[in-house]
Design a protein around this ligand. Structure first.
Ligand code: SAM
Length: 259
């Protein structure tokens, strides 16, 4: 992780209900961050809104949310996902592997996509604010989602933990078929960062400088394979991928387990 730590505060939407104020108080205590009065200065705000939690700079219009209900890219993928897409092929889903750990959950987009194509996914996020947003979005989706959305979310579990520690503590019977990594890199090219949501995640978490160590840990735990998402022009995270899948925008490198 980078040494940069942004200052955070909670912003409550105008005209919020009492239940949103109560939620904001709970989050402030849980995350040990203040509730901003009149948008007092902070690098990033956790916006508490009637349509869910969102993180971003002041002014919630540019904030990004964990929203498994509507409008988000993840939601649309319920109907468009398939086992032929590059990530699914890299993870071996066409070979019947379906028990996945997403060790870098972020905003939960990829984890949701994998659950939408039938995987059972445990998604790990070490950033406390993101982990809270993921769990809140998950609970909200289970409460308000349509039956197809709830079926997807029932295959998905979010855990707040450092993934390396989490993986090392699994016993043999808990080892997943495959582990997926999508770390934030210092050299992640500008085009890959163009999506505003990843820019904001990067502002929040910095660069994942321990990604190579996480890959090595993952390779000792996965039963079948580890898949790492990379920009097509970036070198692999370790020297020995056994396959790569993808196209012009993204590449998925496949690594064999090591004992
Ligand atoms: C580029 S984002 C992942 C985006 C995600 N694939 C999605 O679809 O939204 C990388 C995330 O991995 C998390 N991360 C990196 N290393 C981690 C670790 N060792 N344990 C848990 N989370 C980690 C970071 O905090 C960050 O939120």
């Amino acid at each position: 992780m980078s040494s940069y730590v942004p200052t955070l505060a909670i912003a409550i939407e105008e005209g919020a209900s009492q239940s949103l104020f109560d939620l904001a108080q709970t989050l402030a205590a849980d995350l040990a961050i203040p509730i901003a009065k009149d948008e007092a200065p902070a690098d990033l705000f956790l916006h508490v809104r009637s349509d869910g939690l969102a993180i971003g700079p002041p002014g919630s219009r540019t904030a990004v949310s964990v929203d498994f209900l509507g409008g988000s890219a993840a939601h649309r993928r319920v109907s468009t996902g398939g086992k032929r897409q590059p990530l699914a092929r890299a993870l071996g889903l066409n070979k019947g592997l379906h028990n996945i750990i997403d060790a870098t959950a972020g905003l939960g987009r990829d984890a949701f996509q994998l659950a939408a194509i039938g995987c059972t996914v445990t998604a790990i996020e070490r950033c406390h604010v993101l982990a809270v947003m993921l769990k809140h979005g998950h609970a909200r989706g289970l409460h308000r989602g349509s039956l197809p959305i709830r079926e997807v979310l029932n295959r998905l579990t979010f855990v707040h933990a450092d993934a390396a520690t989490f993986l090392q503590n699994l016993d043999n019977s808990q080892r997943p078929d495959a582990i997926y990594l999508d770390p934030m890199f210092p050299t992640r090219p500008a085009s890959a960062l163009a999506k505003k949501e990843m820019r904001i995640v990067r502002d929040l978490v910095g660069d994942d400088q321990d990604a190579a160590t996480l890959l090595e840990t993952a390779r000792r735990v996965a039963m079948s394979r580890v898949v790492v998402k990379r920009h097509p022009h970036s070198s692999p995270l370790a020297i020995d991928p056994i396959a790569s899948h993808g196209g012009t925008r993204v590449r998925y490198d496949v690594f064999a387990p090591i004992s």
